[in-house]
Design a protein around this ligand. Sequence first.
Ligand code: PLP
Length: 392
Amino acid sequence: MKRAVEELAIFGGTPLFDSIKPVGQLAVPPLDAYLERLRPIFHEHRLSGNGPVVAELERRLAEYHGVSHCIAVANACVGLVMVLRQLVGGKRGNAIVPAFSYSGIPHIVQWAGQMPKFCDVERRRHGLDPVAVDRAIDEDTTVILAVANVHGTCEIDALQEIASRRKVPIVFDSVSALGASFGGKMLGSFGRAEVFSLHATKMLNGFEGGYITTNDDALAQVLRDQRNSGVVNARLNEMHAALALLCVDQLDDVIGRNEARYRAYERELASVEGLELLRYVDEAREHYTYQMAFVAVTDRWPLTREDTVKVLRAERAFAMPYYSPALHHSSHCPIGVAVPELPVAEELARLFMYLPGGEHTTIDDVASCGELLRFVHEHGDEIRRRLSENAA
Ligand SMILES: Cc1ncc(COP(=O)(O)O)c(C=O)c1O
């Protein structure tokens, strides 16, 4: 551990970690189990195109989410574009989206022929603010794309009520919330459809991939037809589905390890003044996957969030600013879209970073991060002075 400021890696010292401590889940099954799963795929020459492994994955996931249909697709982006295109039915207008969210959101709605209308978020779950959504809906609104966050989903009930009262279809991007519940019910059957990812950094690893869940029989049929035809070509192949299936089997264990890491961050950060771990909403009642440790960098912390991220990354602890800048102030905001004041989204985008997590971060690594952060707090003035000297 560091004994003096010059031992920090940012000032030339040896990094705290031998290898990068990433932020993604990166859960894999045992290699032998995966190779065993590949054998029949090779023998039967069913490599892609509605094969038996994709069908089995869809059955398992439909059961897991308690929903009638699961349609596996090549990735979540294409799944979202397919659902949005279907629900807007050829109209061009605005899609209501959160301003504090994944950078791909404004691009996804444009691929679906819509312009994003950025709305503010609420402070509890950081999802679309229902009051702002109700106010933002106008005659050009074609769809609401709500995003469920890893630490608290979003205000699903209130958003669904608005969507049905205002007669606007609502879709949930649940990529970050696979394994979470709302009101005690597993995500998957809310809105007209929900979309999940099978990217390696997410809860279920299929290398790449995604899936759509819905209880709407007609919508499911159209999406299935489009996926396999020239309309979209969004097929998931058998080898990716095989990996994801094995990851479904180990999902509970992965969540258990995530929670242990999160509780370790809780213990460590309790004694770090100025950094506040973001709490999961209504933990006694809901399921969460505890995938990420989000931390608010408050005024009581001696460094800016950006400098803190630099210090951590030099130590190979791959911290990241969280959804920053807010989308309406970012390069992802399309030209011509009015940039309103959205104070909550702007504040959250300034405040948060996330710390290493997932399968490559051990409980000991979390303890080392805690010790490092206590050291940074203790020597904050000197670190700040040296960083500004180096920048000059
Ligand atoms: C909220 C959200 N939506 C959609 C996506 C896109 O997922 P995919 O990489 O499977 O296309 C991501 C990816 O990080 C995301 O975080």
